[in-house]
Each structure stands twice: as C-alpha cells, then as structure tokens.
Design a binder for this molecule. Structure first.
Ligand SMILES: Nc1ncnc2c1ncn2[C@@H]1O[C@H](COP(=O)(O)OP(=O)(O)O)[C@@H](O)[C@H]1O
Ligand SMILES: [Mg+2]
Length: 245
C-alpha cells in the first residue's frame, strides 16, 4: 500500500518585499516613488521547503523566532500564496493560527461562537446543536455574555480551540496557541489532540514548548532561517535542536 499524505509541500519559497530604508511619512514615500528612488529588498522567509505529512500523523515544527514557522503554516492553510512551489492538502482544514482571527472582539463569546461557525461554513442549526459542547470544553460559561475584548489571550484560545476541534477536521493546524493557555487547559487540549489522532485527524503543531512537541508529536521538522535544517523522528530532531543552540 502506498503512503497516503495529508499534506505535501513542494519546493516552497516565500519572498517578502521590504523597504530598505526608513520612510517617515506618506509624503516622503510618494516623492521617493515618483523619483523612483524607492528601494526594496527581497527577503526570503522560506527557501526550497519540501516535506510530506502522512495522514493521521501528529507533526511538529520547531525553530527560533523568525525562522518562518508561521509563514509556512499560513501557506499550508491557504492564507498566503507561496512565491514559488506548491502545496497539496487532503481534507478539511481547521487552522488555529492567529489568535482572535475569525472573532469580532466587540461581540460576546456567545455571538462569536455563531460568527466563527458561519465563517467555518456551519449552519446556525449545527452550531446550536454543538453550542453546549463548545462551551463545556472551553469552560467559559460564566463569561459567555462578556465582549471578547475583555478576554485574556488564554480565554480567547479556549474558545478558538473548542470551536476548531468540535467538528474533528481532517487536518488541524495549531500555531503557538496552546502556549497561551494555563496548564490545565493545555492538558485538556493535548487529550483532545490525542483523541483526534486516533480518529485519523492529521495535526500540524508549532509550539515554543519542546516538551509539548516531544509529548505530542511523532515526527518533526526544524526550520532555521527559512530552510529545513533537519526532519525526522521527534526525539532525534529535538535532541539536535537543543544541542544546536
Ligand atoms: N507579511 C510580512 N511582510 C514582511 N515580512 C514578513 C511578513 N510575515 C513574516 N515576515 C518575516 O518573515 C520571517 C519569518 O516570520 P514568521 O513566519 O512569523 O516566523 P516564526 O513564526 O518562525 O517566528 C520574519 O523575519 C518575519 O519578519
Ligand atoms: Mg510564529
């Protein structure tokens, strides 16, 4: 039987144009633009990244700040288009990438659960049926009618994670989000991720906590300045990563 991949990343490159010099005003910007003196520098955030994630695997990505982890997750989720290369994903993706994306923080948590559900393509009826389950998991009963702008990042993460994992997506993508919750919630998320794994969900996870990566994932990838430094069994990659810095 041939291996079934949930995610295939082929020769992905991501370039950002960054202004070389500091421009302090819009006026200065337009003058420089007219004089064609605006200089841009090409910044390579990801360079020839190729790897596959098998269906049902829990796969980690480690690397220092700025190594390109979030950019890579956004490309896999379809939020960003790569400058070069391509990505193939199989199944429904639930991306938990930027905390609060998909929420209107002026609205209450109750309203946001329905809003976020419709953004993810679920009917009002479906959300009504799953509402209690989401609230139970998030443990935010007391704060349901509080505008989410008064929530801490940990509280937002609880709601976001509860919605994203309610439907058991085929692919769950998590960027640092578990790190903002308290340890009790982190444990709960880990239990759910393990359950999802048994149910064949593929999980792609970025975390500052190497412990968490080592507990949860089987395979992982080490990104360094946009390039794959190492890929393989989690224990081996994490050991090398720790020794490397
Ligand atoms: N929209 C953008 N415009 C310009 N540069 C960006 C943009 N997004 C990310 N970068 C740059 O790309 C690099 C990788 O960023 P990121 O993927 O967020 O890294 P990580 O998640 O590993 O900390 C950083 O140097 C960052 O400044
Ligand atoms: Mg990041």
């Amino acid at each position: 039987m041939s291996t079934e991949y949930a995610i295939e990343v082929r020769d992905v490159e991501m370039h950002f144009n960054m202004s070389k010099e500091r421009i302090d005003s819009l006026k200065e910007y337009f003058i420089k633009l007219l004089q064609r003196r605006l200089m841009f520098e090409d910044f390579t955030a990801l360079d020839k990244v190729t790897f596959q994630v098998e269906k049902g695997d829990v796969f980690g990505i480690v690397g220092l700040n700025g190594s390109g982890k979030s950019t890579l997750l956004k490309i896999i989720s379809g939020i960003l288009t790569p400058t070069k290369g391509s990505v193939t994903t199989r199944g429904a993706i639930a991306p938990l990438i930027e905390l609060g994306a998909g929420f209107d923080l002026d609205l209450t948590a109750r309203e946001n659960i329905f809003l976020n559900g419709s953004v993810l393509g679920f009917s009002k009826k479906f959300m009504e049926e799953h509402f209690d389950e989401i609230v139970d998991f998030s443990e935010m009963q007391e704060f349901l009618d509080t505008p989410m702008k008064n929530y801490s990042s940990g509280m937002i993460a609880r709601i976001a994670f509860a919605i994203a994992t309610m439907t058991r997506p085929d692919i769950l993508i998590v960027d640092e989000i578990l790190a903002v919750g308290d340890f009790k919630f982190q444990e709960k998320c880990e239990v759910r991720i393990n359950e999802m794994m048994k149910g064949d969900t593929t999980v792609l996870i970025v975390s500052h906590s190497l412990d968490q990566i080592e507990r949860l994932t089987k395979h992982c990838l080490w990104l360094e300045k946009g390039k794959i430094r190492m890929i393989g069994e989690t224990d081996a990659v994490c050991d090398a990563y720790k020794k490397g810095y």
